[in-house]
Design a protein around this ligand. Structure first.
Ligand code: ZN
Length: 336
C-alpha cells in the first residue's frame, strides 16, 4: 500500500519539522508498553548474507537509543509486569532476536553507555553450532550461483529467474517456500537448491563469526542485559509437530539456564506472525514455566494487556529514519 506508507512518511516528517511531535510527546497520547525489535546493527554492505536482517546502522542505533532514553521510560524484562499494570505511563522495551555477533560488538556498548537494558532472544543452536540460518544461506546461494534460472520442479511450480534484476523477488519467493514447509522438509529443500544452484551448502566457516559466544552473553548479562529463548534451530513452530515444538521450546531454555545460570522466563517466536505459533506452542511454553512470549506483528501493549504469550512488537528496519522512529514512539497507535 504505497499511498498509505507515503502519507505516513509525510506525517512523520511533518511532526518532526513543525515540532508537533514534541508537543504530542509532552501531552502523552498513549499509555502502555511499546516493545521494539532489532536483529542486527551495523552496515550490511559487504555481507554475503540477508541484508534485510540489519535493523539500523551504528549511528542510527545510537541516535534511537539516545532519543528513547531522553523521552521515555526504557524498561527491562524484570519491569514488564509492573509496567503493563500501570494505568498511565509510556514504557519502551528493547529486544533483539537470534543472537548475531553485532548485538555484542555494536549494540551492547551503546545500550550500556545510555544506561538502558535490552532483552536478547537466542536461538541456542546458532551459538552452540554456528551456521548460516536459512535466510542467510538463501541470500548467500543467490549471490554465489552462476546459474541463470531454476526450472519448474517439485518445490517450485514455475521456473525462477536468477537475473540480477530479479534477485530480490527471487529471494523472497525462495524464502516464502521455505517458510511454508513442514519442519522436516526444510533441509531437503535447501539441499535441493544447493544442488540446482551449483553452490553447495554454505560453508560453516563463513557463518562462524556471525554469532555471539556464550562468554559474550555472560559478559552482557553481567552488564545488565537479559536473555530469553528463541528455540534451538529456529523453525517456524506452527510448521513443527507438538513433540518438535516441545523440544525446541524446552531445550533452548535448558541451554540458556545451563550457560547463564539465571532463570529464563521469556521467549520470542521465530518469524513471530500470529500464524507462526499455535496451541501446542502455548502448551509447551506453559510446561516449561515461561511467563512471556513475544510476537512480531506490530502494535503496542496497552495497560492491562492480558495475553502474555502474544506480546506485540514493532520491528525496526534500516529504512526507518529518525523522523519515522520518533513518530513510531510518539504515536504508536498510528505508526507501530
Ligand atoms: Zn529469529
Amino acid at each position: 500500500m504505497p499511498v498509505r506508507i507515503s502519507k505516513l512518511e509525510l506525517l512523520a516528517h511533518t511532526l518532526d519539522v513543525t515540532g508537533g511531535g514534541r508537543v504530542l510527546r509532552s501531552v502523552r497520547t498513549w499509555n502502555g508498553v511499546l516493545i521494539l525489535n532489532y536483529h542486527r546493527i551495523g552496515d550490511p554492505a559487504n555481507s554475503p548474507f540477508d541484508h534485510d536482517l540489519w535493523s539500523a546502522s551504528v549511528v542510527d542505533f545510537e541516535r534511537q537509543i539516545g532519543f528513547l532514553a531522553k523521552n521515555f521510560d526504557v524498561i527491562g524484562l524484570s519491569d514488564l509486569e509492573h509496567s503493563l499494570n500501570q494505568p498511565r505511563g509510556q514504557f519502551v522495551m528493547l529486544t533483539f532476536d537470534d543472537g548475531y555477533r553485532d548485538n555484542y560488538s555494536a549494540a551492547f556498548p551503546i545500550l550500556k553507555s545510555h544506561g538502558v537494558s535490552a532483552t536478547f532472544f537466542i536461538a541456542t543452536g546458532f551459538i552452540d553450532c554456528p551456521r548460516a540460518p536459512a535466510w542467510d544461506e538463501l541470500a548467500w546461494m543467490l549471490r554465489t550461483t552462476t546459474a541463470a534460472s531454476i526450472a519448474a520442479n517439485e518445490w517450485l511450480p514455475s521456473s525462477v529467474s536468477l537475473a540480477e534484476s530479479d534477485r530480490q523477488r527471487t529471494f523472497s519467493r525462495l524464502l516464502s517456500v521455505y517458510k511454508s514447509l513442514g519442519f522436516e522438509l526444510t533441509e531437503p529443500y535447501l539441499d535441493f537448491l544447493a544442488d540446482v544452484l551449483g553452490t553447495g551448502r554454505c560453508p560453516l566457516s563463513l557463518a562462524h563469526d556471525q554469532w555471539m559466544t556464550w562468554d559474550m552473553l555472560r559478559e552482557m548479562q553481567a552488564g545488565g542485559m537479559t536473555f530469553g529463548g528463541h528455540t534451538v534451530d529456529h523453525p517456524i513452530l506452527a510448521n513443527a509437530t507438538s513433540d518438535q515444538q516441545d523440544w525446541e521450546v524446552g531445550e533452548c531454555r535448558r541451554r540458556l539456564i545451563e550457560e547463564l545460570g539465571q532463570p529464563i522466563d521469556a521467549f520470542s517466536y521465530p518469524n513471530g506472525q500470529r500464524g507462526d505459533f499455535n496451541e501446542f506452542t502455548r502448551a509447551a511454553l506453559r510446561h516449561y514455566d515461561y511467563r512471556w512470549a513475544f510476537g512480531f506483528f506490530g502494535g503496542y501493549c496497552p495497560p492491562g494487556y492480558a495475553d502474555h504469550f502474544a506480546l506485540c512488537r514493532r520491528g525496526i528496519e534500516t529504512e526507518i529514519d529518525l523522523a519515522r522512529f520518533r513518530a513510531i514512539t510518539t504515536l504508536p497507535q498510528l505508526f507501530s
